[in-house]
Design a protein. Structure first.
Length: 102
């Protein structure tokens, strides 16, 4: 790759140790349970939202209670747990949301 060029869309940069780095954002009760709102995470490649979630729960066991109800977004778009992650992606994790009074 020449200096000043960017990787092609959809291409993945895998570090020499076979990992990718993602940013994880935690919101609401997930943020409160973990005691942190943002972190950088290295994951073995290939990775998806489910494998990232498993690693995050290992580091922050208090998030286990959101196992079945957490919602995820990758790069600001709602995602399924089987959606692949690429180097540089942002994974956002949201607790379940309930309605309020109007």
């Amino acid at each position: 790759m020449m200096l000043g060029t960017c990787p092609q869309p959809g291409s993945e940069i895998v570090m020499s140790d076979g990992t990718i780095q993602i940013t994880v954002l935690l919101f609401g009760a997930c943020r409160e349970a973990a005691g942190i709102s943002e972190l950088k995470f290295n994951l073995a490649s290939p990775a998806n939202a489910a494998s990232a979630w498993a690693e995050i729960k290992n580091r922050y066991p208090s998030l286990e209670r959101f196992e079945r109800s957490a919602l995820v977004a990758i790069n600001e778009e709602h995602a399924r747990m089987d959606q692949p992650l690429r180097d540089g992606d942002t994974l956002a994790i949201f607790p379940p949301v309930s309605g309020g009074n109007f």
